[in-house]
Every structure is written in structure tokens, then in C-alpha cells.
Design a binder for this molecule. Structure first.
Ligand code: SAM
Length: 243
């Protein structure tokens, strides 16, 4: 049976508790009562659970049994900041596709006012990721890091397989680079980082930064995709190869 899934803010071995908007929704909109059953995610695990106590501020569950659930795919999207409405759409879709993390970056061609507003937007992005994670029945919530300057972000996680989406790349596709690396890695699936540029694309200096840190440029084909289409397509390619 498909039960609605909630993501607990607090938990221990036997109970899990929802707070804030989730608790309010359960209490006021769904009129939850003790005894009502639900799936609850607590600490990255999914449990079949039963409501034990309800107030508009807090809903406490007794955890009954762990339910099998798929972990996130080990993919971080390093996403240049661009128009927020389109970026939010990408956040929602890559969450549904199973990405583990988004690292927003300020690129040279991220519009100035968006770059300045990005840090203040992160909490909203995290709320969207939480909602999309619940809707997709994930066992965890896609993580959104604080925005970084690109030159700092390119140095992150040097052990990962690091791929930069570059529309001028002609010889290596994302699909090819990923399948080759996954075949070589066998059962030991590496962490994967995929960088997506802003609407105006990467500058030559940024391409040089990626190059200096040994990121591999990869293509999504001969057509120019909007940044959000590129992010979602890249995640779909990765999911198809990882699952
Ligand atoms: N500079 C480009 C132009 O105006 O011609 C557009 C950049 S595109 C809208 C935004 C980002 O999406 C790029 O920086 C790249 O990371 C990614 N992208 C778009 N199409 C791509 C493709 N065919 N292959 C690889 N990456 C692509």
C-alpha cells in the first residue's frame, strides 16, 4: 500500500517528530489523529509509523518497522546561478531524479543582482527540495549547499569524477564519459560532480579554471540547451546509468 511520506525533523530509536509546516499541515489540513498510519523518513531511513500525538506545532509518531528505500544517487550538480524561477524548476526536477546535492555557484555570467540575492534564496531552495523529496518519496532530502564563488567550487571534492557541461565540446558526451568511468570503477561507484553553466555559458577564464583542476568537458549533444534543461538532462543521463 502506498502511504504518504513525511520527513521527520527529530527522531530517536522508537519515535519521530514533525514540526513547523509539516506538523501544521498534518494537524489542520489532514486532521491527523492518533492511530493514523504514514511512512516517515528519519535519519535517511524510511519507517512505517503510526501517529502517537498531535498538536498544531508537533506530530509525534511511533516507528513500527523500517521500509526498504532507495538511497540518493551520488551526484552533485554544481549549478551556476541564473534566473531564479528556472533554477527552482531545475531544483525540483533533479530532486525527483535522485540527485544528492546541489552546489550553487556564482559564475562570471550569473546576473549581478541574482548573484547578490543567491545567499538569501537558499532557505527557499531548501524548502523546495524538501517538498520535492517528499513528493518523489525519497528516503532523504536533496542537500543544497550555500552558494560559492566558482573558483572555490571547482576545487571541491578532488576524488570525485568531475565533469563540466560545455556546449562547444564535440568529442566526448556525458553518457560516454560516465559509462566509461562507471565501468572502470566496477562496484565502487564514485561520487560524481557535474557543472552546469549560466544562461550566457562559461567564460574562457572559467573554462581554464575547470581545466586547471582536471574537470573533463562533456557534451549533451549538438543543440544548445537552456541551463535548466541541461541540468535535468544531465541528471537523467546519470540516473539511467546508475540505476
Ligand atoms: N553560451 C551559450 C550560448 O548562448 O550560445 C549558452 C549556454 S547554455 C544556455 C547554459 C549551460 O548549459 C552551458 O554553460 C552548459 O553548461 C550547458 N549546456 C547547454 N547545452 C549544452 C550542450 N549541448 N552540451 C553540454 N552542455 C550544454
Amino acid at each position: 500500500m502506498t502511504r504518504r511520506r513525511w520527513i521527520a525533523e527529530r527522531w530517536d530509536e522508537a519515535t519521530a517528530t514533525l514540526e513547523g509546516a509539516q506538523a501544521e499541515h498534518m494537524a489542520r489540513v489532514l486532521r491527523a489523529q492518533p492511530g493514523m498510519e504514514a511512512d516517515v523518513v528519519a535519519g535517511g531511513r524510511v519507517y512505517h509509523a503510526e501517529v502517537a500525538a498531535v498538536t498544531p506545532r508537533e506530530v509525534r509518531f511511533n516507528l513500527i518497522a523500517e521500509v526498504e528505500a532507495e538511497p540518493a544517487l551520488p551526484v552533485t550538480l554544481v549549478m551556476a546561478v541564473y534566473k531564479f524561477d528556472r533554477m527552482e524548476w531545475a531544483i525540483e526536477k533533479v530532486t525527483e531524479l535522485g540527485a544528492e546535492c546541489i552546489q550553487p555557484v556564482i559564475a562570471r555570467r550569473s546576473e549581478k543582482h541574482l548573484a547578490q540575492a543567491a545567499a538569501g534564496r537558499v532557505e527557499r531552495w531548501r524548502r523546495l527540495a524538501l517538498e520535492a523529496s517528499k513528493q518523489a518519496r525519497r528516503s532523504d532530502v536533496l542537500r543544497i549547499e550555500d552558494p560559492l564563488a566558482l573558483k572555490t567550487a571547482v576545487q571541491g571534492d578532488a576524488q570525485a569524477l568531475r565533469l563540466v557541461l560545455a556546449e562547444q565540446e564535440r568529442s566526448t558526451t556525458l553518457h560516454h564519459a560516465l559509462s566509461e568511468a562507471l565501468n572502470a570503477a566496477g562496484d565502487d561507484v564514485p561520487a560524481i560532480r557535474i557543472a552546469v553553466g549560466p544562461e550566457g555559458g562559461w567564460t574562457a577564464e572559467e573554462e581554464a579554471l575547470f581545466d586547471a583542476e582536471n574537470w573533463k568537458p562533456v557534451s549533451l549533444g549538438p543543440r544548445i540547451l537552456r541551463a535548466e534543461t541541461a541540468a535535468i538532462t544531465a541528471m537523467a543521463v546519470a540516473a539511467a546509468l546508475l540505476e
